[in-house]
Ligand binder design. Structure first.
Ligand SMILES: *Cc1c(COP(=O)(O)O)cnc(C)c1O
Length: 361
């Protein structure tokens, strides 16, 4: 057999593959490129993981992840039947594609936003459309009309890379006539006010799936845990599709302890918000434009300097931020959007970054 690639499904042959942010394996980096939390998980979480490691690893984990679902249900003030956990919210997104989207159907998401949505559509063999944005990252009229015709619409809110938010009213306008809307709240805990309740309680609440992750606000990117909140009829369909044991015993223990420790999470979120303010001020002093953000990162551009060059100069100093390029972003967003997305680190890390930028600029 000459080429195994020819045996791949056509959708896989055509795939470029999603490229995640760099994860350097050597020490000494100031890592501000993948929106991780700079703080460790709280002591209660580490203790729960240790206990799980010592007690139950010879047995399969609970396939329905009951302990976590109960805790999350309490937080969202719903019945546990409204919750489905997954191996990171990226897996929840995969489950949603496999539950709702057939190859001949189309999905849509704002552009620029989370690039993975397009990759997941391609893997599924389905088509995707971009929802065009205005220069202030609001949705165009045309985007709203397009959204209504899709099988699935995915909206990260707060959006990445911009950190901007859409209101309840704006989101409800995008719910497809014959489809579902995924409200990706990966950064929901950093937002001033949660809107998930408004969405789920609305007339079209049954067509809305809220997704959450423990990777960002709960400092648990290393264990892979996310979940969805949706009407029990939706959850029932997703359960049919998921692997039986999609969450492992250690991550279940960690996630359950983490979601019960709201105070621990909130303290870190507050610190990150304060640091975000001071970084925004420092960047503005250096002549950058900073998009007002409600997430744990900021999107920044400079009117004169090359973003690629700034990225490289920082990298030489072992500081990693995310240089992002979005070609064909439409007339409103100047066709080519590029810029730097900077994760909010500790005050120390941000001081290192600002000092370096002062030299570079
Ligand atoms: C980080 C992120 C995710 C993925 O979270 P995981 O739970 O780590 O898989 C999903 N959506 C958006 C918009 C993100 O930024």
């Amino acid at each position: 057999m000459k080429s195994i690639e020819k045996l791949f499904r056509p959708a896989v042959q055509a795939l470029e593959g999603y490229i995640p942010g760099e994860q350097p394996q050597d020490a000494g980096w100031t890592k501000l490129n993948t929106n991780e939390n700079p703080f460790p998980p709280t002591p209660a979480v580490v203790a729960a993981m240790r206990e799980a490691a010592e007690s139950s690893l010879n047995k399969y984990p609970d396939p329905l992840v009951t302990s976590f679902r109960k805790a999350a249900a309490e937080l969202f003030d719903v019945d546990p039947e409204w919750i489905i956990p997954g191996n990171g919210s990226d897996e929840i997104l995969t489950i949603l594609f496999r539950t709702f989207v057939d190859p001949h159907e189309t999905i849509a998401f704002p552009y620029p936003s989370y690039v993975l949505y397009g990759t997941l559509a391609e893997i599924q063999g389905s088509k995707y459309k971009h929802l065009a944005l205005n220069a202030d990252w609001s949705l165009t009229r045309e985007a709203i009309a397009t959204a209504k015709q899709q099988k699935m619409v995915l909206i990260p809110n707060p959006n990445s890379p911009s950190g901007t938010v859409w209101t309840t009213e704006e989101i409800l306008e995008l719910v497809p006539e014959q489809g579902v809307l995924v409200h990706d709240e990966a950064y929901g805990d950093f937002r001033t006010e949660s809107i998930s309740r408004n969405l789920l309680d609305s007339d079209v609440g049954k067509q809305i799936i809220v997704t959450r992750t423990l990777s960002k606000s709960y400092s648990l990117a290393g264990i892979r845990f996310g979940f969805a909140v949706a009407h029990p009829e939706v959850i029932a369909g997703m359960r049919k599709v998921k692997d039986s044991y999609n969450c492992d015993a250690i991550s279940i223990a960690a996630a359950t302890a983490a979601i019960k420790d709201q105070q621990g999470m909130r303290e870190h979120v507050e610190t990150i918000r304060k640091t975000r303010q001071s970084l925004t001020a420092s960047l503005a002093k250096l002549g950058f434009h900073v998009q007002p953000s409600q997430a744990n990162f900021v999107w920044t551009t400079h009117p004169e300097r090359s973003h690629a060059e700034i990225f490289e100069a920082l990298k030489k100093r072992k500081i990693l931020v995310r240089f992002m390029k979005f070609p064909n972003a439409g007339p409103e967003l100047d066709q080519l959007v590029d810029g730097l997305r900077i994760t909010i680190g500790t005050d120390e890390q941000i001081a290192t970054l600002v000092n370096a930028l002062q030299e570079i600029m």
